[in-house]
Design a protein around this ligand. Structure first.
Ligand SMILES: [Zn+2]
Length: 181
């Protein structure tokens, strides 16, 4: 198989992955193959389910993050994360995705984001911290467990609000109640 992507130096951002051929929206640039090594939340490990992290083989970890990415994540039949063009990509363009497309929380990238886009959110944050509008933009290009985690988080918040509402009601007031004669 002819290589269609390649690792190169990305100006000012270390290494990155570049298209060698043009890609059309929906084309798969990288087929996700999970490595067997179990791993905790390591900076090059990706979230692969609601509770698990893992490594992918090949160039997966070389893709840079962008707040305005041209690729997204689609999980394949093996559980690996394909990296798929969200728009047309010209040959020699860098291929990027938003790390929030597969990680609910991101704790490993403490420094500022250097993606350089006008809509850069300043730091590389996880799905949990994306505004809803951005989540909507990424529909179809994010790991589905993130959506499930959102639903679970919303349920927890609702539950907490219900509990605090109950506390606010407190014990029944006694002042002003008619007293038995
Ligand atoms: Zn950015």
């Amino acid at each position: 198989m002819t290589a269609t992507i390649e690792e190169r130096t990305a100006h000012g951002r270390g290494q990155g992955v570049f298209a060698l051929d043009p890609f059309r929206k929906g084309d798969v640039l990288y087929v996700g193959v999970l490595d067997d090594r179990p791993i905790s939340n390591h900076s090059h490990a990706s979230q692969i389910s609601k509770t698990e992290f893992g490594f992918h083989k090949g160039l997966s970890s070389k893709f840079n993050h962008s707040c305005n990415p041209n690729c997204g994540i689609v999980i394949n039949d093996t559980g690996g994360h394909n990296i798929v063009a969200m728009c047309d990509i010209a040959a020699a363009d860098e291929a990027t995705y938003d790390y929030a497309m597969r990680n609910y929380r991101i704790e490993h990238f403490a420094g500022p984001c250097v993606c350089g886009h006008a809509n850069c959110r300043g730091s590389i944050t996880g799905w949990q911290d994306l505004p809803q509008r951005r989540k909507d933009d990424y529909a179809g290009y994010v790991a589905p467990y993130l959506i499930e985690m959102d639903i679970e988080d919303a349920a927890i918040i609702l539950h907490a609000e219900a509990a605090s509402a109950l506390e606010c009601n407190g014990p029944a007031p006694t002042v002003g109640l008619p007293t038995a004669q």
